[in-house]
Design a protein around this ligand. Structure first.
Ligand code: EPU
Length: 428
């Protein structure tokens, strides 16, 4: 198993180009199931999660192709198996994104229930509610969701319908995507109220519309979908990964370096940039780049609450906590989306941080420096936070189980190395 060995203390300096967004490409690959023609993503990031999705689609009978330059193709022609097994879904929760396309196109789907994950229960009741509102009959048995469109054997399609998808924590991103994808091939018109407004949802809409779907309301909480009989192929470049961009900016911040993130959409990062500006960091921005200037003093403490987009993303919460661990004062981070997403907290304590948990919040008493130690990654974003902390901790930090980080950051060790960080990938 691979691990990282990091010698802390060097400020990161230079440019890094972000890749296509993981959370855009995964549902978009699943959208390939909606058509028998080819869907091509020229800029898919080389991530293990992308490989997992392609393996699932291949097991379902799709033709998939991955070129050396990162381009990916999916073609769902011929006999498609409308089932996703526990073996696939347990590897990656985003496998649930095949549910909506299968019901929409084939009128049938059997997908393993994903279960919980390290940061909480993560229900999928809204995915089910949404598909039922469009006209699917849903049963939950033996760990599977089975969705059937009545009369599908004789060619009946989903009728379409109207549904509110909000949860107490806000809208659901993949829930919105599943219902949206199913509704594209419904008989009639569907309306989703309380839809997620994340840029990745907008990117999926753009891709579906270029396949021939008729969706309006992109970027708003109300999406209107006029069902069409069939969708065609498309070539769609996915949006840049805003979480990857935010992570490199925060890595620049914590090391007191100057990092320019290229190929990003600055507008997608307004909440994290605002939080970092409150902490005293200064940014320069262009149309598709952001540069953080070095700050010699410790960051000022900033309270942050995660929220649905355009609020502060839960996927940058762990990284912000690493930064605040070194703040000149006490800050409070609250995760409203995933109140239990704090596996990184105990690992940051191993590096000397002073953090305590109180319900869905973490109270962080900033200290002047961290000291290196062995730590274990528990999930993707927690691993990124531990790498960031290791880059500034005194001495050596080893981050174990880095397969988590390879799920969502393409070659993070090499790229941090190119920015001057001393990090090496070793095997144990
Ligand atoms: N929720 C429900 N019922 C549902 C669905 C969600 O109550 O049916 C709740 C969740 O428990 C949570 C909130 O709604 O409190 C939002 O969850 P959401 O469904 O939006 O999460 P998701 O779609 O499963 C995506 C990303 C996550 C990211 C969240 C929140 C993908 C593949 N995953 O998950 O990304 O944290 O949205 O923004 O898009 C990551 O990249 O590290 C990651 C975990």
């Amino acid at each position: 198993m691979d691990y990282f060995s990091i010698s802390g203390g060097d400020p990161l300096r230079g440019s890094v180009r972000v890749r296509g967004a993981k959370n855009a490409v995964l549902p978009i690959l699943a959208a390939g199931l909606l058509s028998e023609e080819t869907l091509r993503i020229p800029n898919a990031p080389k991530l293990s999660d992308v490989k997992t999705m392609l393996t699932l689609l291949e097991a379902m009978g799709c033709r998939v192709q991955r070129d050396d330059d990162g381009a990916v193709e999916v073609e769902a022609k011929g006999d498609i198996i409308w089932e996703a097994t526990w073996d696939h879904v347990r590897q990656m929760r985003a496998s649930i994104c095949v549910l909506g396309p299968l019901v929409g196109r084939f009128g049938r789907a059997k997908v393993s229930l994903p279960g919980g994950c390290v940061f909480g229960v993560r229900p999928i009741d809204m995915h089910i509610k949404g598909l039922a509102a469009l006209g699917a009959k849903i049963t939950l048995e033996e760990g599977f969701i089975e969705a059937v469109v009545p009369g599908h054997e004789s060619g009946a399609r989903l009728p379409g319908g109207e549904v509110f998808l909000g949860t107490p924590a806000g809208p659901t991103v993949t829930g919105t995507m599943n219902v949206l994808m199913a509704a594209t091939l419904a008989e009639g018109r569907s309306v989703i109220h309380g839809a997620a407004c994340e840029p990745e949802v907008g990117d999926l809409i753009k891709c579906l519309n270029s396949m021939g779907a008729r969706i309006s309301g992109e970027g708003s909480p109300t999406l209107i979908i006029e069902g069409v009989e069939r969708l065609g192929g498309a070539t769609h470049a996915v949006i840049p990964d805003r979480i990857e961009a935010g992570t490199y900016l925060m890595a620049g911040a914590i090391t007191g370096g100057r990092v320019r993130v290229e190929g990003c959409v600055p507008g997608h990062l307004s909440a994290p940039i605002d939080a970092m500006e409150s902490a005293g960091y200064v940014f320069e921005m262009g149309e598709d780049w952001i540069e953080i200037a070095p700050r010699r003093e410790r960051p000022r403490p900033v309270d942050v609450t995660t929220q649905p987009y355009p609020g502060f993303p839960t996927d940058l919460q762990a990284q912000m906590m690493a930064l605040m661990a070194l703040a000149d004062g006490t800050s409070v981070i609250t995760d409203r989306i995933y109140p239990d997403r704090y596996m990184h907290l105990a690992e940051l304590l191993r590096l000397g941080a002073h953090i305590r948990r109180q319900g869905s919040s973490a109270i962080i008493e900033g200290i002047p420096s961290l000291s290196g130690a062995p730590v274990t990654a528990s999930d993707l974003r927690a691993s990124a936070a531990l790498v960031m902390a290791g880059l500034v901790a005194k001495g050596t930090t080893t981050v174990h189980r880095v397969y988590h980080i390879d799920r969502g950051y393409q070659r993070i060790d090499e790229r941090i190395g190119e920015l001057g960080g001393r990090i090496s990938r070793l095997s144990e």
